[in-house]
Every structure is written in C-alpha cells, then in structure tokens.
Design a protein around this ligand. Structure first.
Ligand code: F6P
Length: 359
C-alpha cells in the first residue's frame, strides 16, 4: 500500500484509525469502510499509529478500493496501532499541550467529515472526549475480550475463541497421555468471556473467571473426585483476570495482568498430588487471520460506520443488537464493562454438566 499524501481535495473526507490492542478483523473493517466510503463519494484516509497519528503533523495515507484489496483475511492492522500513548488518562483542563485539543484541531484542519475510531473501551473513551470537543466521530467496537458494553459482540472475540478452543483440544490429548492436570490461561482482561466460551467449546472440567472468585480447594476436590472415578486427567481454563475468593487479580513484575494459571497449577498439584502444567496462550489469541464470523461482523461494522457518518450521526458507536447493526451513544459503550452474569444460562448450563467454577 503506497503512503500517499493528499494536497488539495475536492471530495468530502472520512478518516479512520485503529487503536488499542490489535485484533483479527481490524483490516476487514478498514477495507469495508474504504469501499463503502468510496461508493458514497468520499475520499478515505487512514490515520497511522492510532490517535498518535493525529498529534503534531497528521500522519495519514489516502486509501482507495485498490489499496484495500486483499485485506479481508489479513490479521493485525495495516495502519498500525498504539496502546494509550499521549492519550493515557483523562483530558487535563487548561493543559497547553493537551493532546485531545491537538487531535480535535487536526481533525478540523484536515477537513474531515468524520473520523472512525476502531478500538475497545479505552479507544472509545478517547473518542467520546473528542466528540465532546466537537469532533465528528463514530466508533467501531473492537476487542478480543468482548467486554465492550452496548454491543452483543465485538469483532476479534470469535477468532480468539477459535484459537483458545483449538488449544484446549490439543491439551486434552497430552493431559490424558500423562494423567495430568493442564491449566490454560487465556486473555480477557477483567472479564471471562474467552475463558467461559472456550471452556464450554473445549470441554473443560473447571472454568475460572473474574466474575466468579474461586476457592482452589473446591477445584482440587473436583479433580480428585474425577480421578477417583477413573478420569485421570483434567483441563482447567482460567481467565487471566480470575482471582481467589477474598483475593485480587495477579500481576507480573512488569505490571501486566497474568500469573493466575501457574498459581492454580501449583496449588492443584500440591492439593491433589497430581502432576499439573500451565500454558499461557497470550498474544496468539490476537494474531492471525480472522474467522469468517469476524470477517463478516467487521465488514458490517465498517460499512455501517461510514453510512452513519453519511447520515450525519456522530458521537455514537456501531453495535450488534441481535441480528441487526445499529448505533448506540458512546457513553453507553464506555460507562461500564460487559461482564458475565454468574446466574446466566451459560454458567448454569456448565454447572449442570458438572463443570466447576470454584464457588
Ligand atoms: O484487551 C485486549 C488484550 O489482549 C487483553 O486481553 C490483554 O490483557 C491485553 O490486551 C494485553 O495488552 P498488551 O498487548 O499491551 O500486552
């Protein structure tokens, strides 16, 4: 893709940026927005490195239908992304170097009819602030965590679920070969959607999620009971943000969420006497090509974002509501995280099938 700069422009312009942790489907959103925008007579711009590309001299490239050919199955983001950067934290009033004001002024100077902010809860929080400063923004909900409120689903989640489920399928055979307990730690920040869904899809014996603090003794008792009934290996899936009853989420020395998987493996091994190992799936859940579901959802989101701007809607986020794509006020998306309800049918179904959560 060539990095071309525009000089004079006659067509109205819509720009887009990708921000926060990457997720499979980002490029599919870019592709759909560019093709839809071009069909509606817009010049489409891609801002580089997330919101950072709106600081100082704007860094962007013109994107045409030709430029985005081949992006549908491509993981990551061709525009690159930034996690936080200058926008780490709320806007400081009267800050002469306020990045939000700088970005808002650059949006105006670029003559943008709209800015599409593709990202998770952190991204849309920044976008909401820009909207409050008068910038025309529309959000697209992205995260493998699926923790954005206001939408039934975020793109990236289905692909992470696929990766985690395949990992569990693989762990079953090695666990059974060694009569072991295998613990898989998956991403999700402070919600358990990846752990819960992959635990169900992969047939885990125990699922640990932040929404249900766990008692490790109950997990150990369950594994011992399985052992006594002839199931000599078992699978535990834990969200990285899961924590013991009365405890708090674990963070590594680098300050990043994680470590609960190894803690659970060590404690289960000590309590049951069974060999236990931990696998941390990490960024493999974020990489690679999006699933067909995510490609379709990303395409729908990207096209809907352009149509919304074309219809004069700003300050909102496109969202999946049952079968339909709609828009919701950004404040609805960022005011709280979408968490698992402990008494939901998903959890009840698991418990009815003998899966334990440690509560
Ligand atoms: O929010 C997506 C996510 O992958 C989380 O699940 C994870 O905790 C975090 O990003 C990791 O962030 P980073 O890529 O900065 O390590």
């Amino acid at each position: 893709m060539s990095s071309k700069k525009s000089v004079a422009h006659t067509k109205p312009r819509i720009a887009m940026l990708t921000s926060g942790g990457d997720a499979p489907g980002l490029n599919a959103v870019v592709r759909a927005a560019v093709v839809t925008g071009e069909s509606l007579g817009y010049e489409m711009l891609g801002i580089e490195d997330g919101f950072e590309g709106l600081i100082g001299t704007p860094r962007f490239r013109i994107l045409t239908t030709t430029d985005v050919r081949g992006l549908l199955p491509l993981g990551g983001t061709v525009l690159r992304t930034t996690n936080k950067g200058h926008f780490n934290g709320p806007r400081k009033e009267h800050d002469p170097d306020c990045p939000y004001i700088a970005a808002r002024d650059n949006i105006a100077a670029m003559g943008l009819a709209g800015l599409i902010t593709i990202g998770g809860e952190g991204t849309q929080t920044i976008a909401l602030e820009l909207s409050r400063l008068g910038a025309p923004v529309i959000g697209v909900p992205k995260t493998i965590d699926n923790d954005l409120a206001g939408t039934d689903r975020t793109f990236g989640f289905d692909t992470a679920l696929q990766v985690a489920t395949e990992a569990i399928d693989r762990l079953h055979t090695t666990a059974a070969s060694h009569n072991r307990v295998m613990v898989l730690e998956v991403m999700g920040r402070h919600v358990g959607w990846i752990a819960l869904h992959s635990g169900i899809a992969g047939g885990a014996d125990a699922i640990l999620i932040p929404e249900i603090p766990f008692d490790i003794n109950k997990i150990a008792e369950h594994i011992t009971k399985l052992d006594q009934h002839g199931q000599t290996s078992s699978i535990i899936v834990t969200a990285e943000g899961a924590f013991s009853k009365g405890g708090k989420p674990l963070y590594g020395s680098d300050g990043r969420l994680g470590g609960v998987g190894q803690m659970v493996a060590d404690q289960v091994q000590s309590l049951t006497g069974k060999d236990a190992r931990c696998v941390v799936l990490g960024h493999i859940q974020r990489g690679g090509s999006p699933t067909p579901y995510d490609r379709i959802l990303s395409t729908r989101f990207g096209a809907a974002a352009v149509r919304a701007l074309h219809e004069g809607i700003t300050g909102e986020m496109v969202a999946l509501s049952a079968q339909d794509i709609t828009t919701v006020p950004m404040i609805e998306a960022v005011s709280h995280l979408k968490t698992i309800r402990p008494h939901s049918d998903l959890v009840r179904t698991c418990k009815g099938m003998g899966v334990v959560f440690g509560d």
